[in-house]
Design a protein around this ligand. Structure first.
Ligand code: ZN
Length: 507
């Protein structure tokens, strides 16, 4: 495949397909699906898109199947809740052509959340993406069940409304008209709680290995013990019900939340199931919502994951005592060496990117927090794009593409916007970025053929290819050139005929 859009961070496969669709100027989803997946795929817009093996092959294996799954699908957020055989089955199904039974096996069908599934986006993320990458796209994190607020901008997400939510339209967020979307949440009071769940979910998405560790370590029961709801490793049910009634009273009820926040007993059954068997194909939304109900936030999860990386939490739960991790306290010399290296980085380097950050986070957190607070950190810099140079390059490529089409000896292809965009071997979405590619747009306008010019070229090609065409009647000649509505005058026809006769005499 000559051009395929470069994937953005956290972009869904569906979004990549939609951007490819736009770039290729394809007429239908069917065509795009065949280009990318080699067949008509019905799962392109789902949480678990299939045919990824075919896609990887189309991309000359530049992006492996496991990379596509890990970086561009929602499977990683489900992974900690699946057994290794379930995970293998899911990966196999997503690589192959059919995803039948996949949603069932990961518990998505039974959860009932699917009917709330819709394409969601954050207006500020879209504005930022256009500013920095020149394009709007669908982010994975916004598509996760339970995420109704952007975890980064803390504003309510927009949901594509029917019929614009149909995946076959391959819309991008900036392609939806004002009528095409609505607020995911109407009740503004829910925003703080929704932000917390979204941030927990985003943390879990980035740290699925940590989530696995916390689950096997018995995080939820540990938290119950902290809250005094667990006694001698047994859940005190009446205390739990009282606690949940209180916590759910103030919790969100919009969209998918209404299925979990459904009052007693239905609203408590899923909590008990999750507490008793935390690793059995539960939907991640249930886990993160329960964490929120139990008063855990992403920072706490992150701290607990660090604190118990060596020892399971279950030990502490059984012994019902405050967890304490034995740790060798590092010496002053060692601490100073790490601090010095950390400070020696240029100010513009993000703290998380400095090698000593993790060590200091674990061993010298008070100093680290003070340092970060007292130093103004430079904003993330995005690479500067030399649009003028790209524009100039693109002009050359467009001219080459046009020459190539004109010189082809096979059946003439009309030089249209779509044909040029398809032939340019670089993935610029230049037709949509008119302000960034002024010269390229101008060139395209000059190169594009009118129907009249295209007919002249087809007739010339017929004369050159079929010697008997010179003797034919006009109507037969036009039929041979696949011209239904004629735009060419008699004079032009006879000039073409004259020209081709002279050519054959010279030859
Ligand atoms: Zn956002």
């Amino acid at each position: 495949m000559e051009f395929f859009p470069q994937a953005f961070p956290d972009e869904t496969i569906y979004s990549l397909a939609a951007r490819y669709h736009r770039l290729a100027a394809n007429a239908s989803y069917r065509q795009t699906s065949y280009d990318l997946f080699g067949r008509y795929s019905r799962t392109c817009g789902s949480a678990f898109p299939c045919c990824l093996d075919a896609l990887s092959q189309q991309l000359a294996n530049k992006l492996s199947v496991s990379y596509l799954i890990q970086a561009h699908t929602l499977l990683p957020i489900f992974a900690p809740f699946l057994s290794s055989s379930q995970l293998d089955t899911a990966i196999k199904a997503m690589s192959g052509p059919s995803g039948i039974g996949l949603k069932m096996s990961v518990g998505l069908t039974a959860s009932g959340f699917e009917r709330f599934g819709a394409l969601k986006f954050c207006e500020r993320c879209v504005a930022r993406d256009i500013r920095h990458g020149g394009q709007a796209y669908w982010h994975r994190i916004h598509q996760v069940t339970g995420v109704l607020v952007c975890p980064y901008h803390q504003i309510v997400l927009k949901v594509a409304s029917p019929p614009f939510d149909d995946w076959r339209y391959l819309f991008l967020p900036d392609g939806l008209k004002d009528r095409g979307f609505e607020d995911a949440v109407q009740n503004q009071n829910e925003i703080p709680a929704l932000t917390e769940v979204a941030q927990l979910t985003a943390w879990g998405f980035r740290n699925s290995a940590e989530v696995s560790k916390l689950l096997t370590g018995g995080l939820l029961r540990y938290r119950l013990a902290e809250l005094g709801i667990l006694h001698r490793d047994r859940i005190r049910l009446s205390l739990l019900h009282d606690y949940l009634n209180g916590a759910m009273a103030g919790a969100p009820q919009s969209r998918e939340y209404q299925l979990l926040n459904a009052g007693e007993p239905k609203g408590h059954e899923w909590v008990l199931r999750l507490l008793r068997t935390p690793r059995r194909s539960h939907h991640p939304f249930r886990f993160y919502f329960l964490c929120h109900l139990l008063g855990l936030d992403s920072e706490r999860l992150s701290n607990l994951a660090f604190a118990f990386e060596d020892q399971g939490l279950s030990t502490f739960v059984r012994e019902n005592k405050i967890p304490y991790q034995k740790r060798n306290v590092p010496g002053e010399l060692k601490v100073n060496a790490h601090r010095e290296r950390f400070v020696a980085y240029p100010e513009s380097t993000r703290v998380h990117d400095r090698t000593d950050y993790m060590w200091l986070y674990r061993n010298d957190r008070i100093w680290l927090t003070d340092y970060v607070r007292s130093h103004h950190m430079a904003a993330i810099r995005y690479p500067y794009v030399d649009w003028a140079a790209r524009d100039a390059e693109l002009v050359v490529e467009l001219q080459k593409a046009s020459d190539c089409l004109l010189q082809s000896h096979s059946w003439p292809i009309r030089i249209s916007y779509a044909a040029l965009a398809r032939a340019v071997p670089r993935h610029y979405d230049f037709l949509r970025l008119a302000t960034k590619f002024p010269c390229a747009i101008e060139t395209v306008r000059d190169l594009v053929e009118t129907e009249h010019d295209f007919q002249l070229r087809k007739i010339a090609w017929v004369f050159a290819t079929y010697p008997q065409a010179k003797e034919m009647s006009t109507s037969n000649l036009l039929r041979l050139a696949a011209i239904r509505i004629r735009r060419v005058s008699d004079t032009e026809l006879s000039m073409l005929l004259q020209g081709s006769l002279e050519d054959s005499r010279q030859a």
